[in-house]
Every structure is written in C-alpha cells, then in structure tokens.
Design a protein around this ligand. Structure first.
Ligand code: FCB
Length: 444
C-alpha cells in the first residue's frame, strides 16, 4: 500500500505543459433545484427503487450556495484546472430564452476560477437532459441533437472568454446504454433498439455542437469525454466475447468519432436494433476534435453466452473499491497504449479517474489510505503510457468532493474532500493532502 502519491522526479507529468485538475458535474454537486428546470435525473430519482438510498439532487453539496468557498478550496489544492459541467436546465428556460440567473452563476464561477489562475474545463452535457425534452422523446428524438447544438450556441456566446476547454458530452455510453438500453440511469428505458438509437443521436449532438464551437470560439479547444472499461476475456474461450463487448461498449464511440464509422459489429445487429443513420451523420460525428477525454476506473471481464454474445463475468479474489470495481492500474496503461496503436489520437486528457472507498471521519480526519494508493498507482500507470509515447497532457481526479453518485445516491464517496452533508462542511481527506503535496513539488 502506497501512503503517498508520487511520481519519478523526471516524469513528464511533473513538467509543463501537463495539467492536473479535479472534476465534478452539475447534477452531482449543485443543488438549488428550485432555480432551474426539472431534468431527467429529478424525475428518475422520484421513481421507486431507482436510487439506492432514495435520495435526489435537490440539495447535493449545495454548491450553488457555497461556490465561493468551493473555489477557494480548489485553489488550495494547487491544481491547474477544474473540470465542471453546465446544467442545460439552469441556463435555458423551456421556451429557449436565457435564464439569466443561471448564466450569471456560471459566469461568476468561471471568473473566480480565472482570477485564481485555474484553467476552466467545461463539459456541456453530463447526463442532465431537461425533462421537457425527454417528454418529446429525449435522445430517441433526432431533434434533441439540434436542440443541444442550439444550447451550445447560447452557452458559448454567453461564456465567451471564460472557458479554456470545452467537452461536448460526458460519457455518451452511460447516457445511451445505462439510460436507454438497460435503464439503470435516467430516463430508465430498457430497450436495445432505444440504446443504439440514443447513442447515435448523442454522437450526432456531439458533432453538431463541435461545428457550433468551431464557429463561435475557434481559439478554444474542443473535444469529448468518453469512458472506457476495457474488456478482458475470462478464459481463452471467451476472447471472441470480449472482443464483441469491446466493440459494443467502447469502440462504438471512439471509432465513430475518430474514423467516421461504427465498428463492424453494427452489421451483426438485427434490422430492428440498428440505429437509423442519416446520410451525412457520420461526417458530422467525425468532425475533428482537439482532444479525447478518457475516463478510467476499472476493467471488465467477459464470458461467452450460449447465443454467442457476451456477458459480464466477475473475477474472484481481486482488490475492489467500494463500488465493487476491480482496482487494476495496469489497465489504464494498457488502454492508453491500445488506443494509441489503433488510432491517430489527438491529445488525450484523463478526464476522470478515482475510487469510492468506505471513508470514515474520525476526530476530524479521513485517513483514506486505499484512495491514496489508488491515485499513486494510477498516476504511475499514466506515466508508463506517456513514457511509451502516448500524448497524455492532463489528469483530473474524480472527484473534488463527495457527491450524488447517481443510482448509488450519497452512499458512495469519491471525493478528495469529505462532505458532511448535514452541515455541508468540507474536510480534506488524506488523499487531497497527498494530491496537493505532489502538485506543489512541481517547479512551475
Ligand atoms: C463516471 C461519471 C461521474 C462519476 C463517476 C464515478 O461514469 O462520469 O459522474 O459518477 O463515474
């Protein structure tokens, strides 16, 4: 167990221009439910048995109230950058007009970050679709892609000069597969056809938004954040199954974006499941990106099913986090090298990486040694990939602070900072102190 977070002194991660940051997302921290439109997660939280602790995002970390102290806390961590997301439901009214109060909130937040010399990495969509759009079909309705481009147009004008880096979407896999295909996330739809169609419309939304960003802010970098849980075969006989899972869950997104084509697996899907794809869609989807954001938490093993498809298989006796996810840092090196071999990658940021652990607050301290070890081993895994030629230029710890962990509610804690929800007190965990110590070592 590593008790500090360290990197070799000569590591390129400790030199310019490598960026270290922390990340959050709007619905998970903001609260202030009454000052924005309802979104699909508000609705989903009301459905019985959808959230493990029956909670919701009404208050979360009350970041809308405490944002100034949160910015001071981010600055205190000595990070170069902060990755946040904008809530679509906070910046637009239902008729498409601007919610000035919402826009002002983000403007003030971004200005405060800039005043402290912290780079602003803005994600435009981290799963919180306005409910009125879901009522029109949500991501199953092609018009939602255009609505996202229109929203992007408003945001990029209103926040002109305040954003250093735009990501269109966070993890379209989760929105599409978890939300529309297996229904464990909002909006809770369970249909393979819906999952594939939602994925396509999300990617189309990404491409259309890229065009808007290029036009409105050509000097600001723009890209997308994708999650990867690399697929491994449980046994030798499961190699084909793992390859199918890899195409279905991971390559589906990156391949479309970087090459303008879906994996060959598309052709194996029945006509009732295949998404409807417009003539020019793949060209729009593969609009050139400046970066790919990679979110990595774990790998997944697969075994072959009787109908020659794939199913998740659990490895026994491996170290896991509080989510039950295997701790496998080499997977991050292997993932980066494999993407590097398969594609002409633009620059890469690790936009999320972190671990939920069963933290305890004892005498005002959280000794989260397992999380410290997780960050140490995963940062060294990034270092190993960079040494082998992968162009990674930044790393964002997930998350700045404990927050609403989607279907798990507040029971799973991913923060560097502990949140005592009853008082909204923030307490730096050992991992936050170690992360800061590593960043302060750098001569910048
Ligand atoms: C990612 C999400 C993020 C957080 C982490 C644990 O899939 O992007 O919001 O929930 O998982």
């Amino acid at each position: 167990m590593f008790k500090t977070i360290s990197l070799p002194a000569s590591s390129p991660l400790l030199a310019q221009p490598f960026i270290f940051g922390v990340a959050t997302a709007s619905f998970q921290i903001e609260g202030a439910r009454d000052t924005r439109l309802p979104c699909i997660w508000d609705t989903f939280c009301q459905q019985p048995h959808s959230i493990a602790d029956n909670s919701n995002g009404d208050n979360a970390c009350e970041h809308v109230k405490y944002w100034q102290q949160d910015v001071a806390m981010i600055a205190d961590l000595a990070v170069d950058a902060y990755r946040l997301s904008i809530a679509w439901s906070r910046v637009l009214h239902q008729d498409g007009s601007i919610n000035q109060q919402g826009v002002d909130f983000y403007r003030n937040l971004l200005k405060a970050l800039k005043a402290r010399n912290i780079k602003t990495f803005v994600t435009l969509y981290h799963w919180d679709l306005p409910q009125h759009l879901e009522d029109q079909g949500g991501w199953l309705n092609r018009d939602t892609a255009q609505a996202f481009a229109d929203y992007t147009d408003v945001v990029s004008r209103e926040l002109d000069g305040l954003v250093d880096s735009y990501a269109t979407l966070n993890e379209p896999f989760c929105s599409a597969y978890l939300g529309y295909e297996i229904g464990v996330h909002a909006p809770g739809i369970k249909s393979q056809q819906a999952g594939r169609q939602a994925a396509h419309h999300l990617l189309l939304a990404h491409g259309l938004a890229m065009q808007v960003l290029r036009k409105n802010c050509p000097d600001v970098e723009a890209g997308i954040v994708l999650n990867f849980s690399p697929s491994y075969p449980l046994t030798k006989a499961d190699e084909h199954a793992a390859m199918l899972a890899e195409q279905y869950h991971n390559q589906w997104y990156i391949k479309a974006i970087l090459t303008g084509a879906y994996p060959a697996l598309l052709n194996q899907l029945s006509d009732t499941v295949k998404p409807v794809i417009g003539d020019n869609d793949m060209a729009i989807i593969s609009e050139k990106v400046d970066f790919i954001g990679v979110n990595y938490y774990t790998r997944i093993h697969y075994s072959r099913t009787a109908d020659n498809w794939f199913a998740e298989a659990e490895l026994k006796n491996v170290p896991v986090t509080d989510m039950g996810w295997e701790v496998y840092p080499q997977g991050l090196t292997e993932l980066l090298l494999s993407l590097h071999r398969q594609y002409q990658l633009p620059k890469v940021y690790i936009t999320e990486n972190g671990a939920a652990m069963a933290d305890t607050l004892t005498e005002g301290c959280v000794e989260d040694i397992e999380r410290v070890d997780y960050f140490h081993t995963h940062l060294n895994a990034v270092h190993a990939a960079v040494e082998q030629g992968v162009n990674v230029q930044g790393y964002f710890a997930w998350s700045l602070m404990d927050n609403f962990e989607w279907a798990y509610g507040y029971n799973k804690r991913f923060g560097l900072v502990y949140v005592e929800y009853a008082t909204q007190k923030r307490i730096l965990k050992q991992s936050a102190k170690q992360y800061r110590a590593l960043l302060k070592q750098r001569k910048k």
